[in-house]
Design a protein around this ligand. Structure first.
Ligand code: ADP
Length: 322
């Protein structure tokens, strides 16, 4: 086994609050182990273009509390092709990189698996607001995104209530309904539409009418992105029920903001663990949370795992939302 002497860290794909805390942890853990640590800029593009800077303890000062990623992120089309991965590998060999920590989502992990196959040890850290990495109960940024969405929907509720309206709110989640389900419960939504359950407008309308018959005068409908057009849905609700309806897409605001305690702590733990794995000579692993513990999985195994929403939670929310 080759001794690890120089490691790199990069953030890739969609950004998430807490990525900076993870970078900080990787840098400090690496330095504690006596490694040279390089910050790789703009995801895999930084590897392809040899765009990287050496990090010291102070390079990561003052970032634990900041959203975004100070290493910048990118979606690198070039890296999706074998020629791009080959270029990245050549950079690693030239610079003497003995291991890389990749903070991102499942797309980024596919890239990390490709690079690992070419002999460059890579460890993935789940950084995505969507909590959609199946091997991990938690992904960095999820809690902050929930807080942001809740805060905004609470504000919408004020005005929705003043006018006896219905607010249809689209939240992020890509193909997963974890944000919608949790925020929907936290905001007392009348109905939660998630990707995992077939969308049925008639069921939404029936639920609105049922709660209206019980005296409800304003309604919040939380919808996970990609399920349906929320502007059309608001129009359909208005024409079917006569309740004035408005649609709001929360959008990228959910990706920003100062990370919550949970995101900072989990990011720190995961960053530390990733460096330990590299120091042990491991490669092609993803760091994950399981039963409140930090564990690791083979990347291919992790990518083949499936995660769905908690149906008990969904059913509970539906029953108490009238
Ligand atoms: P996320 O990591 O948030 O899922 P993307 O899916 O956009 O975001 O992936 C981020 C980057 O990871 C891509 O721009 C690309 O460089 C790399 N990547 C994604 N999918 C693959 C793949 N199948 N093979 C190799 N690299 C990939």
């Amino acid at each position: 086994m080759k001794d690890v002497k120089t490691i790199g860290v990069l953030t890739s794909g969609g950004d998430a609050p807490g990525m900076n805390a993870a970078i900080r942890a990787v840098v400090r853990a690496g330095l504690e182990k006596g490694f040279k640590v390089l910050g790789i800029m703009r995801g895999y593009n930084g590897l392809i273009n040899e765009d990287m800077v050496e990090m010291d303890y102070r390079s990561v000062s003052n970032i634990i509390n900041r959203g975004g990623t100070f290493l910048y992120s990118a979606r690198s089309l070039e890296f999706k092709e074998d020629a791009g991965v080959e270029k990245a590998k050549e950079t690693c060999l030239r610079v003497g990189l003995d291991g890389i920590v990749v903070i991102g989502g499942d797309g980024s992990f596919r890239g990390a698996a490709d690079l690992s196959r070419k002999g460059i040890p890579c460890i993935g850290i789940p950084g995505t607001i969507d909590n959609d990495i199946a091997c991990s109960e938690y992904t960095i940024g999820f809690n902050t995104a929930l807080e942001t969405a809740m805060d905004n929907i609470d504000k919408l509720r004020d005005t929705t209530q003043s006018h006896d309206r219905c607010s249809v709110v689209e939240v992020m989640g890509r193909h997963a309904g974890h944000i919608a389900l949790n925020v929907g419960i936290a905001c007392g939504a009348t109905y939660i539409v998630v990707n995992e359950i077939p969308y049925d407008l008639n069921d939404v309308l029936a639920h609105i009418q049922k709660s209206r018959a019980l005296g409800k005068k304003h309604f919040i409908i939380v919808v996970s992105e990609g399920v349906t057009d929320v502007y059309k849905m608001a129009k359909d609700i208005e024409s079917a029920t006569g309740i004035e309806s408005r649609a709001t897409v929360l959008g990228h605001i959910q990706r920003g903001g100062s990370p919550t305690v949970k995101d900072r702590v989990v990011a720190s733990q995961m960053g530390w663990k990733a460096v330990e794995l590299l120091a042990e000579g491991k490669s092609n692993r993803v760091v994950a949370v399981k039963d409140n513990d930090i564990v690791d999985y083979d990347i291919a195994e992790a990518l083949s795992m499936k995660k769905t929403i908690d149906m008990n939670l969904y059913n509970m929310a539906k029953s108490m939302s009238l």
